[in-house]
Design a protein around this ligand. Sequence first.
Ligand code: 5GP
Length: 124
Amino acid sequence: MAYTYDDQNIFARILRGEIPNSTVMETEHTLAFRDIAPQAPEHVLVIPKGPYVCYDHFALEASDAEIADFTRVIGRICAQLGVQPGEGGNGYRLIANAGNDGVQDVPHLHVHILAGRGLGPMLA
Ligand code: 5GP
């Protein structure tokens, strides 16, 4: 699948520093920041810095270094938030919406980390 990346999407603009964000963590390949309209006490968005539209685009075309960095940042944020269920936290949910059926609003891959309240059944 050949994806066309829209470099005017809001997260591309955040990455270029054109729009402010509340950064939680930044690494060579990854940026994490707070969602502007949080759906839980903790709501962090994790995005790769590269131009990837959605999860499969990233998983199939990003380098191993980008994928490893992205995955580790998500884990490090869960640890930083203190929500790891095996470590005394109460757990969390990861969501990556894709395309129309997934109701993806911003066409730059982002994983939502939601935590801090009971999140209910997965499919609503
Ligand atoms: P999606 O529906 O694409 O999975 O989620 C997009 C998310 O981006 C939403 O939760 C929305 O609140 C968030 N969002 C949209 N615009 C901005 C923005 O300018 N800054 C931040 N921090 N979050 C945004």
